[in-house]
Write a protein that binds this ligand. Structure first.
Ligand SMILES: Nc1nc2c(c(=O)[nH]1)N[C@H]1C(S)=C(S)[C@@H](COP(=O)(O)O)O[C@H]1N2
Ligand SMILES: [Mo]
Length: 396
């Protein structure tokens, strides 16, 4: 790998400055893989259900599925069913069908942008980080006029004719309509990293729920149902998953890169609901297995692994996007209101030096803004995979 100059590194928005500075020392070739703050669209990991998967459709089938900008439609209606629990039916002023051009026009007035780490609740690594752009769902739902007895919003995307393959999700009416000051709206996204959302990432239009794991961010969005049912109907309520989980604060390790007596440790950390204070690593000679409740955890010598500083936004963002226009940035200065950004991921790295020959294990963990070290607080791993990761390496 060609070592990057510090200037190049900053331009790409990669690597920690500390790592890059030390990497320029003559005895230390740069070893840490370049890390780009925004994941290139084609590098996102994919989590999609369906046979065939909607993004494999082409030609006539794609048109019939209404998954091109020209054919796409979103239908919004009320679920008027009543039963023993839901005694009053939901009502809305009018059902609405929205096409792509109308959504873009709403965007002229109500556009929001947000940098989000996409992560599957069931996968212990982020899928990618994107700049998503779209229209808040609250502004779309206002087109339906006055509503009564709406407690929840159900939504799903294109799927084939087999109802068992429908992938659906939901939010409470309050979460959608009453975004608190300084909080983040749910939105209907039509751009990713400055381009129209491609089919694989759920285009033409995808729901984006800033605080949530991927399963709330429904791809190929086409249906919204306003209901008086108060219960989550999420596909991810099944199989013991927690349908109200928020992104977890957690560190995810890359493979260790060894050079001579040094080990370069790095990875991504997600700033979840409880925020991210710092990341730390623990080096341990390999050998004996470490049980989850081993007393050795209490004596572990955790050392800080610095977070990457904010990148050069001009170099990282699409040309037409200024940081001032992104949620979570100060609209006056264009600086992030917090670092790391909420619900985004940030690189961390450290170099361990002068290691004696031998086999080692390294672990990484986050500490959140309440002082809880990963994997706390969590009740079950089915509310988001945030177990402490370990990597083995050998110094010759
Ligand atoms: N329509 C639809 N939306 C979906 C899914 C799906 O299978 N169908 N998978 C969900 C899950 S479980 C995750 S983790 C994210 C993954 O997003 P990505 O494939 O863009 O990385 O999409 C979500 N949205
Ligand atoms: Mo997922």
């Amino acid at each position: 790998m060609t070592p990057l100059s510090r200037r190049q590194a900053v331009k790409l928005g990669i690597g920690s400055l500390a790592a890059m500075q030390t990497a320029s020392r003559a005895d230390e070739p740069a070893q840490i893989k370049p890390r780009s703050f925004l994941t290139p669209v084609d590098d996102f990991e994919d989590v999609s259900r369906g046979t065939p998967k909607p993004h494999t459709l082409t030609g006539e089938a794609l048109l019939n599925a209404k998954l091109t900008p020209e054919t796409w439609k979103l239908e919004i209606s009320a679920d008027e069913t009543t039963n023993a629990i839901v005694t009053q039916k939901a009502q809305i002023g009018k059902a609405v069908t929205l096409d792509y051009a109308a959504l873009l026009e709403l965007g002229q007035k109500h556009r929001v942008r947000f940098l989000k780490a996409m992560q599957c609740l069931n996968i212990a690594a982020p899928l990618g980080q994107g700049l998503w752009e779209g229209v808040p769902l609250r502004d779309v739902l206002r087109l339906c006029g006055a509503m009564s007895n709406v407690r929840r919003v159900y939504f799903w995307g294109f799927h084939n004719d087999d109802p068992k393959q429908r992938f659906q999700s939901s939010l409470s009416y309050t979460q959608v309509m009453e975004t608190p000051p300084a909080e983040l709206p749910v939105f209907l996204a039509y751009k990713l990293n400055g381009e129209p959302i491609n089919l694989e990432r759920g285009g033409p239009v995808r729901m984006v729920v800033p605080w949530a794991h991927g399963f709330k961010s429904i791809k190929w969005l086409q249906h919204i149902r306003l209901t008086n049912d108060y219960q989550a109907n999420d596909t991810y309520a099944e199989k013991n998953n927690d349908p109200e989980s928020h992104l977890k604060t957690a560190a995810y390790l890359d493979d260790v890169v060894v050079s001579g007596k040094m080990a370069h440790i790095g990875g991504w950390a997600i700033s979840g609901l409880s925020g991210l204070s710092h990341v730390e690593t623990w080096l341990r000679p390999a050998g004996t297995a470490l049980a989850e409740n081993d007393p050795e955890w209490e004596k572990a010598d955790w050392k800080p692994a610095p977070l990457d500083p904010p990148p050069d936004w001009k170099a990282v963002l699409p040309k037409e996007v200024i940081p001032q226009s992104i949620l979570g940035f100060d609209p006056a200065s264009g600086k992030p209101l917090t670092w790391p950004l909420r619900y985004s991921m940030v690189g961390f790295s450290t170099v361990l030096r002068d290691l004696k020959p031998g086999k080692y294990e390294v672990r990484a963990r986050t500490v959140d803004l309440n002082g809880f070290a990963q994997p706390e607080p969590r009740s079950i791993q089915k509310s988001g995979k945030n177990g402490i990761q370990v990597r083995a390496f050998t110094i010759a």
